[in-house]
Design a protein around this ligand. Sequence first.
Ligand SMILES: *Cc1c(COP(=O)(O)O)cnc(C)c1O
Length: 391
Amino acid sequence: MKLNHNFQNLEQSYLFVTIAQKVNAYTAAHPDNHLIRMGIGDVTLPLAPVVIEAMHKATDEMARKETFRGYSPDSNGYPFLREAIAGYYQGFGVDVQASEVFVGDGAKSDVGNIVDIFDSANTILVPDPVYPVYVDTNIMAGRKIVYADANKGNGFLPMPKEGHKVDVIYLCSPNNPTGAVYNKEQLTAWVDYALDQGAVILFDAAYECFVNPGLPRSIFEIPGAEKCAIEFGSLSKTAGFTGMRCGYTVIKPQLEADGVQAAALWQRRQGSKFNGVNYVTQRAAEAVFSKEGQKQIQENIAYYKRNAQVMVQAMKDMGLWYTGGENSPYVWFQCPEGKSGWEYFDYLLNEKEIVGTPGEGFGKNGAGCMRLSAFGDAQKTVEAMERLKGR
Ligand SMILES: *Cc1c(COP(=O)(O)O)cnc(C)c1O
């Protein structure tokens, strides 16, 4: 037997391990600390009441012989949820049909598993800094990866490079870690480039709910995207489903290569390796897309966005270069005095009792930057920003 040698090419992810070690050392030495954790990418507000209600109801159905549900008839999701997601898209003017929606257990799984449907000879374009899943899953599959540099010069929104031949392009907007969001012209340039190259865009829309009106929430708002894009949605950051596990992938029938539809391969892949999201969670997800559900989750998103505004104001007050915070729960900024992300991390931890995430953990272009998350408590966010400003 031989193990997959590609795993040896994975970079060890020391980021969150190192952060945990440093934080543990600090709390051990300072038992009466007032640490404020702004490093995590997890939500903190509970599920919306309509979601809880839907789960109770679905649980009761599972308790009775007459209404018990076993294997889902379709691993791509119950029609009630696929229709609800299609209706959600139509609600902001994007034509998505239920048959084009594939329900999964989260965007991380779908983004990671989608590599199965592409040829191993494809060249992959990934922005740097980046959500590590795109890189790691392609390294495991032995793919050649090239990077698109995101930096201060392009506002951490890299654009297509002429003469760069690539097959699969990862885009994440609003971005994790940088919080930067593409506008319509920029996404149009990416779609035109992908069509020209015969490439596919894998569009991670996990943070679309944070986008303010006037900016695109879906790649399918761009003409031609149906022929060159796959979109990944998630209920994790939008509806607090990080522990529930539910997301969706949208693939249009027009996306094909050599006369084969990408959607057909994804359907086959999921049918062979996945048996669907559990019924109770699908009912909970359906409730998110109800009128009342949308109202309730918007309250939570507004709470996080107020935190982000507090953080943005602190960046302005301190005169730091930053991106994000407006259409995103993340603020990404350049550390003061030319400090590295790790140096500034140590300073924040030891002098201000704030935990951030050093940009170095997301790629070489993250050097000298830091990510702060708006997913925390409102009062603590205000206090953290006061501390940051040195008051
Ligand atoms: C959090 C996050 C996701 C969501 O992952 P789930 O598996 O749906 O929880 C996807 N993409 C990015 C960039 C994220 O930050």
